[in-house]
Every structure is written in C-alpha cells, then in structure tokens.
Write a protein that binds this ligand. Structure first.
Ligand code: 0WD
Length: 275
C-alpha cells in the first residue's frame, strides 16, 4: 500500500518531461495516487502539440483525465475542477506548478516592467493559485492539501530573476493567507522552494551553468538538487506524513538559502561542473 493509495488529485503545469510537475507526478504515482492532468491549450486544434506531449507522458500512468487549461481563464480553471468532480466527487490534492512572465519584462530591469507584463505575470503565476484554492476548497477531503512551487528569488534578490521574484513573494504570501483560511477546515497549503532545475521556464531566467556553479560552490551540500529530490519532497508535503505542516515554504536547495556569504573553501578548487 502506498502513501497515496485511494487518493485523488489534479496536477497543473506539465509542459514536457523536464517539468517539475512531471517529477512530482512520478512520485505521486509511485505511491498509488489517481491523477488527472491539464495542459496548456493548443493554438491550432489541428496540431495539438501541447496536448500530445503531455498525453504521451501521462497515459502510461493511467491518467484519469487530461483537459486543456489556460489559468488566465476562469472558465478553464472551473472546467478542470468540474472534470475532477465528475470523475471522483471529492479530491485530496492539487499541484500548482505554473508560472510565466513575458520575456521582455522578465529580462529586467524590474523598474522597466510594463503594466501589462506585470499583470500577466501576477495573473498566471500568483492569481492562478488563489483561483485554484477557491475551487478546491468545497471538494477537498479533510486532510487534503495544495502545493505550489516557488524560488528563493521571492525572498531575496537573485540577479536575473527580476519580475518573477515579485511574483514569488506574492505567491508565498498567498500561501500563508490561504493556509490560515483553509486550516480550520483541516486543509493545508504549502510552497516548495526548489533549487535550479533545467526546464523550459528556467531557460528564461538566466545562465543555467552559472547557477549550477553557484550551488556547487556555495550550498552546504556543495551540489545542486535533482528533480527527483524535488518530486519526493513535494509528495511528502502533499501526503499525510506532513499533516502538521501548512503555510510553509520548504527549501529543497541543498541548503543554499541559509548562506549569508561564500564558504571559506569556496574558491580553493574549481567546482565539479567546471572541472
Ligand atoms: O529551476 C526551476 N526550473 C525552478 C522552477 C526553480 C524553482 C521554482 N520553479 C517553479 C517555476 O517558477 C514554476 O512555478 O516551478 C514551477 C514549474 O516550473 P518548471 O517545471 O521549471 O517549468 P515548465 O516545465 O516550463 O512548466 C511551467 C508551466 C508552463 O510551461 P511553458 O514552458 O509552456 O510556459 O507552466 C504552465 C505551462 O505548462 N503555464 C500555464 N499553464 C496554464 N495556463 C500557463 C497558463 N496561462 N502559462 C504557463
């Protein structure tokens, strides 16, 4: 019997096999979860590239459903939860692994962000969690939980993270407020703050090789994290093992976030990725 045997939920945010949502899905599935998925709607229904990419991944996991969902559309979010209600009635978990900022606004400087870019980034990256929490509440079983993905750039300035840093600050604040509102109903919501994972989204926020070097040099564990580690911790936070944890931002980053300066041995030898 797995930790998620008999549990049901929705995963938002698989774009391809590198997506963090996919790493989380694999762990949930291994523990026996029944999962329904969404994909970004395709512009040309004749050539459903997004749908096909996600379907190829989730079909072998016995996906209970796969529906299009643009989180900028209320009716799409409602549609995904309606599909879950129709499939199961009640659910136990929701994974929110969605973020976006228009590239021209993401590259910074923050003070040059356009109003439209700011609103789009906040809408897709923050409001979407709020919208999902509202729809999940009436259909979450007691003990049910929500999880979102965040990054250290929401707590401190990470050069290059720019506008997305503002979004992650707001997202983490939303997690705290929603946790306080859902808590009395026995429901939880947490954020997982991941170290760098090479995905499509990550390619928009700077030089990945430099990030790797930084983590290998500065992080207490002297390495970056793996997608599998992110997936396992996400599964833990969503599971009953974490029944006493809510409103938390848990870092899966080899301890990078605790450092206030470089370790004394930082530049004694070249990091592994440069060796
Ligand atoms: O290093 C990283 N990759 C980190 C990512 C470190 C720490 C946190 N994160 C966060 C991201 O900010 C995001 O919140 O993890 C979450 C997932 O990101 P990911 O797995 O790195 O990125 P990706 O595989 O691109 O998935 C994000 C997906 C989109 O992918 P694309 O590449 O198509 O933009 O968010 C989805 C989409 O599938 N997405 C949307 N879904 C519904 N409606 C929308 C939308 N409007 N826009 C983007």
């Amino acid at each position: 019997m797995g930790l998620f045997t008999g549990k049901k939920g929705i995963v938002f945010g698989i774009a391809n096999e590198r997506s963090i949502a996919w790493a989380i899905t694999q762990q949930l599935h291994a523990e026996g979860a029944e999962i329904g998925f969404t994909h970004l709607p395709d512009k040309d229904p004749e050539r459903p590239k997004n749908a096909n990419k996600v379907r190829k991944l989730v079909d072998p996991l016995d996906a209970r459903f796969l529906v299009p969902c643009d989180v900028q559309k209320d009716e799409d979010i409602s549609g995904a939860f309606a599909k879950a209600a129709e499939t199961w009635g009640m659910i136990d978990f929701v994974v929110h692994s969605v973020a976006f900022a228009p590239p021209q606004d993401l590259t910074g400087p923050v003070y040059n962000s356009s109003r439209a870019g700011f609103l789009t980034a906040m809408d897709i990256s923050v409001y979407s969690l709020i919208a999902m929490a509202g729809r999940a509440r009436p259909m979450l079983n007691p003990g049910g939980s929500l999880l979102t993905l965040t990054y250290l750039g929401g707590e401190r300035v990470i050069p290059g993270y720019n506008l997305m840093g503002l979004c992650k600050s707001a997202l983490e604040s939303a997690v705290e407020y929603i946790a306080s509102e859902l808590g009395p109903h026995g429901m939880r919501v947490n954020a997982l703050s991941a170290g760098p994972v090479r995905t499509i989204s990550a390619s928009g926020v700077g030089d990945f090789k430099k990030m790797l070097t930084l983590y290998e040099t500065f992080a207490p564990l002297r390495r970056n994290i793996s997608e599998e580690e992110v997936g396992k911790t996400a599964m833990f936070l969503l599971s009953d093992l974490a029944s006493g944890i809510t409103g938390e931002t848990l870092h899966v980053d080899s301890g990078y976030h605790i450092m206030g300066g470089p370790p004394l041995d930082a530049f004694a030898q070249p990091p592994a990725s440069e060796g």
